[in-house]
Ligand binder design. Structure first.
Ligand SMILES: [Zn+2]
Length: 531
């Protein structure tokens, strides 16, 4: 007698192969049988007219603290996501040296909790994180090591341009330890502090360690806007000189200057492939990006300490110097009516969900002055959404079968928990939205679209035993209606339940059914497949 029998469904197995009719049987946490025959099962799920697919895999998230802050992972499971890879863009919760960085860890991850404080978290490295999150939340969680976290741990001055030789050796040693423990790779965030200070030579040295382990190197490039082509060249150089598998995170063209140049960009990365470079990509299905609102500030301002930046902004005379550069910044050049303030992190809720042009009207000042005041009021904490991409470019990238679907976001409990501000809708809609766009725009057969959310990301990250419907694989399963699956969230009301997701099973236990979460927390901490 099997635990669960999913009968009469159409299996899309995650490999990209054609759909087929079969019954799927689950025993403990595994797929035990796939058969045309019907075997007895304790719980029978009738999947007539529905698709039975592997649970979706999101390899680009910032949900590091979600197992603690939003253990229901509701914004993920309502759209069929069962696996999350955290620690992207150079910033990872672990590893850290709690003795040295308690305050830093607190300020980066604490704001999500009711009292602004992280609960007691013992995890300080990948091994302890994986152990601690197992059975704690409703998603599987794996971790990348953030380059920024390595700098914080190993450099006396993490904002220095060059690590001292012994500091670089220390970073490599910690990276080795974490890859041994099952980290999925090393992530870089080359526009963020402290990654923004680093030179390519340092990145190559660390990439060599990634290559030793055959792991992945996801990179948030130095530019996705006016210098995107140079930034892609840097990725190519890192791969060439280290031998590492490089991966461009949230692949896009963000500058009006280069709109319509997707073909040129794709030709550039394809030329790397011809050279023998192992390169892959991910993308979220939206034409707007989201990041800290202070990303509009010139690099020379962002390189200052937080206090210095606030001092700088408090002096209108000095601020004037920066205005021409802000106005030309890729985030801002689209205009104040295309820059949405998504969250002031509780500091000025009257501005949450409003465009900068509206806020300027509310304040009765020019947009640049509104921006200055907003940065000051929120102490640089405001988050922004930037409508900065071209539709045709985005669709050209979306059609590729080496580009995974991702959310680039943080899991939230929007049904039974707390949500700060108005997050980018990619948080709770990316996967179902991609399925809807695919249906409406006829981008590719459904099995290929499912592949981009299951088998492909599993192979890019080397996630073992997941991403396919196969006997012996973990029973992470999403059952959905191909004709109705879709997103309902918008930029002003981002977190709304998805349509067409019938049931989600995580490690053999049902976490979503009858339009709601079951409360079961059967997620596991994941480690990378050993070679
Ligand atoms: Zn990023």
């Amino acid at each position: 007698m099997y635990q669960i029998g999913i009968l009469n469904g159409t299996v899309i197995d995650g490999s990209g192969n054609k759909p087929y009719r079969a019954n799927v049987f689950i025993e403990k946490d595994r797929i035990a049988a796939i058969s045309e025959e019907v075997f007895p099962a304790c719980k029978v799920v009738d999947a007539s007219g529905l698709i039975v697919a592997p649970g979706f895999i999101d390899i680009h998230t910032h949900s590091d603290s979600s197992p603690y802050a939003a253990p229901g992972f509701e914004s993920y499971i309502h759209q069929g996501v069962t696996t999350t890879i955290n620690g992207n863009c150079g910033g990872s919760f672990v590893p850290h040296d709690l003795a040295k960085h308690a305050e830093k860890v607190q300020s980066s991850f604490g704001s999500r909790f009711e009292d602004g404080k992280l609960p007691e978290v013992r995890a300080t490295d990948v091994a302890s994180y994986v152990e601690e999150v197992t059975g704690r939340c409703a998603n599987n969680n794996g971790m990348l090591v953030g380059h920024g976290a390595l700098r914080e741990m190993c450099m006396a001055n993490p904002k220095a341009e060059k690590p001292a030789p012994e500091e670089l050796e220390a970073m490599k040693a910690v990276l080795r330890r974490e890859l041994e423990a099952g980290a999925f790779g090393l992530s870089m965030g080359l526009i963020y502090v402290p990654g923004v200070y680093s030179r390519t030579e340092e990145l190559i040295e660390l990439a060599k360690v990634v290559a030793e382990y055959g792991a992945i190197l996801p990179i948030h490039m130095r530019s996705e806007a006016e210098h995107v082509f140079e930034a892609v060249d840097e990725v190519g150089r890192i791969a060439r000189e280290s031998g590492a598998h490089v991966h461009i995170s949230h692949f896009k063209i963000m500058s009006k200057l280069h709109w319509g140049e997707a073909d040129r960009l794709l030709a550039q990365v394809d030329s790397f492939k011809k050279e023998g470079i192992h390169i892959s990509f991910d993308q979220y299905p939206f034409l707007a990006s989201a990041t800290s609102l202070n990303s509009c500030l010139p690099a020379w301002v962002r390189k200052m300490s937080r206090e210095e930046q606030l001092k700088f902004l408090a002096d209108p005379k000095r601020y004037e110097e920066a205005i021409p550069e802000i106005e030309e910044d890729a985030h801002y050049i689209i205009g104040p009516d295309k820059v949405l303030v998504s969250s002031t992190q509780g500091t000025a809720p009257q501005y949450d969900g409003r465009f900068l042009s509206e806020i300027a009207e509310m304040m009765q000042v020019p947009p640049m002055e509104a921006y200055r005041q907003l940065m000051l009021t929120t102490e640089l904490r405001a988050r922004g959404i930037f409508f900065s991409m071209d539709r045709e470019d985005a669709l050209k990238i979306a059609r590729r079968l080496d580009v995974s679907v991702i959310s680039d976001s943080t899991a939230m409990d929007f049904i039974n928990g707390k949500v700060n501000g108005v997050p980018h809708p990619r948080t709770g809609n990316s996967f179902v939205r991609f399925l809807r766009i695919n249906r409406e725009e006829k981008l590719m057969p459904l099995e290929k679209a499912v592949y981009k959310m299951t088998g492909l990301p599993a192979s890019q990250m080397q996630i073992q035993g997941r991403g396919l419907i196969r006997e012996g694989f973990f029973a992470d399963i999403t059952i959905f209606d191909a004709d109705t699956v879709g997103d309902n969230g918008s930029f002003t009301k981002p977190l709304v339940k998805a349509s067409g997701i019938s049931q989600v099973i995580l490690n053999g236990q049902t976490v979503w059914e009858n339009g709601g979460p079951t409360g079961v927390k059967s997620g596991m901490g994941l480690i990378r497949a050993r070679r």
